[in-house]
Design a binder for this molecule. Sequence first.
Ligand code: HH2
Length: 260
Amino acid sequence: MGVLNVTPDSFSDGGKFLNTDKAIEGALKMAADGAAIIDVGPESTRPGAEPVSADEQIHRAIPVIEAIAKKTKVCISVDTTSPKVAKAALDAGANIINDITALADEQMAKLAAERQVPVILMHMQGTPQTMQFEPKYDDVVAEVLRFLLDRAKRAEQSGKLKERIFIDPGIGFGKTVEHNLTLLANIDKFVKTGYRVLVGPSRKRFIGQLTGKENPADRVFGTAAAVAICVAAGVSIVRVHDVAEMMNVVKVANALRKEA
Ligand code: HH2
């Protein structure tokens, strides 16, 4: 999954794809580089980011989604917590809902059930405004798993097929470096649930803290290590900014997984 943030303020690619033509060009390049899904995000969720109105998200995302859908066959996910934005995105050609609040909004749960599209359910402690103040868990793996299984069961009860549900531990969302590392080191436990797993470690702050790389663009090799571990453990989707580079990592890690 290639990340396409149509925002002015995302932590890594903020401003890069705000212009519609640039965004379409970026999406086409990621598809040509091998991405199976383009994740269009009209609202930054970096720590401290301010919420963006549904109308502004629609204004940013819809022309881009329409153009990608017209020009390629790549799957499109919309990274939003707003049911209004998700509905507009599905009508414009998106086919996956990526909800970092795991269908917290009843209307979003209803929309996902009605449209029967795949949904990504992500774990977050707190909100983007508060999540990095003092994240605390007694047992981070057990607590994140319990939350995701609860949300996944609820989605199934509202009529969603298990194969259309993806669970995501939410790397960097209300987690310290140690929490992120513990989750990544135990990612096989998420795979063993039988739900398909998505992980988004790309260029995130924990990689900067481990490597000393301040600039997110310099965190590509660090990202590669996390991606390799995830693929080797059976993760279905890795959400990344550097599609061409990570395709190589995925191919080799996948080949090794098959031999193991
Ligand atoms: N991470 C980000 C945004 N959306 N969605 C899922 N399912 N999983 C993630 O790990 C995830 C996500 C944050 O990264 P990015 O989109 O690059 O930055 P920003 O939130 O600043 O736009």
